[in-house]
Design a protein around this ligand. Structure first.
Ligand SMILES: [Zn+2]
Length: 302
């Protein structure tokens, strides 16, 4: 199993993994096309076995938009079936509707314009197993979290869990497409597999504590919002800096101190989940998503 930390700041790339089986290679996460182009030569330098499968951990651009490129290289994109459902919701252009997220992102990214969006076509519901007798990868599903289609790759022999963005190791959480309460449960279930290495969707690989640290952060974030859920949206919004300060001491890994907008959009999301109410100025969830997808590298305009 190989783990490759993507260039998030500069190019918006996710982390990748790949596993060299007896007869083929399974790639973990498709990445953006420019990210796939970075790792394909690295895989080919290690093995001449064909790349047969590319696993999209979820539908986001930095994890799935290179599907076409993997197909061009002989691989089939694989995902939990909800990834396709999520694409039907957000990638309306792909399914004959109005332009969706891909078309929006393509305006900013040349690597997208040079290719096209493809949905995964090999789908699983609860479990898919790749096993050649020496290496085993189980594609798992633990419920709603970062999105409704978060797939995990579990390598029981090595006790490595590849999480996609269901777990990140740094201030990279985007919460707009999932559900924070369900996410807490999903992380607890993922924790039960007993991983000793957690290869997160963004940030360096870590140990089992990554899952728990992220879960604890969401528990604490929800508790801060819970205390204020009877207040008006503008009062809660005004409290965002105070909430950040309250969480910073114990959950610094997950809080971006360079800009309040990412944290503010997380608070807005939890408040929306708890009350159905929106912050007065739409709290930049769309721009948070775009920066999650496109990346922390492009100078912030918000
Ligand atoms: Zn994501």
């Amino acid at each position: 199993m190989y783990f490759h930390e993507g260039d998030l700041k500069g190019k918006g790339h996710c982390n990748n993994g790949w596993v060299i089986f007896d007869d083929y290679v399974l790639v973990l996460d498709a990445n953006f096309p420019s990210g796939a182009q970075e790792i394909i030569p690295k895989i080919k330098a290690q093995t001449n076995k064909p790349i047969r499968f590319a696993f999209d951990t979820h539908h986001h651009g930095d994890h799935a938009y290179a599907n076409q490129l993997w197909i061009d290289n002989g691989a089939i994109p694989v995902a939990h079936e909800n990834v396709v459902a999520e694409m039907r919701k957000y990638e309306t252009g792909l399914f004959g509707g109005k332009p969706g997220r891909w078309e929006g992102e393509a305006k900013q990214r040349e690597d997208l314009r040079a290719t096209r969006l493809k949905a995964p076509t090999l789908l699983y519901r609860d479990l898919m197993i790749f096993d050649d007798g020496k290496h085993r990868v189980e594609l798992r599903y633990f419920g709603v979290g970062h999105t409704h289609g978060d797939g995990f790759a579990w390598l029981p022999n090595e006790r490595i869990l590849f999480t996609g963005d269901a777990a990140v190791n740094g201030p990279f959480n985007y919460m707009g497409d999932g559900d924070s309460a369900a996410w807490i449960d999903t992380l607890a279930k993922a924790g039960k597999v007993g991983a000793t290495v957690v290869a997160a969707g963004h940030g360096p690989a870590g140990d089992a504590r990554v899952l728990d640290a992220q879960r604890q952060y969401f528990v604490a974030l929800r508790a801060e919002v819970e205390k204020r859920k009877g207040l008006s949206p503008d009062r809660v919004q005004a409290d965002v800096p105070a909430m950040r300060d309250a969480l910073l001491t114990r959950h610094a890994t997950y809080i971006d101190t360079s800009s309040i907008s990412g944290f503010a959009s997380q608070v807005a999301q939890v408040y929306r989940e708890m009350t159905g109410n929106e912050f007065p100025k739409k709290a930049g969830m769309e721009s948070a998503r775009q920066s999650h997808d496109r990346h922390h590298g492009i100078p912030a305009t918000q």
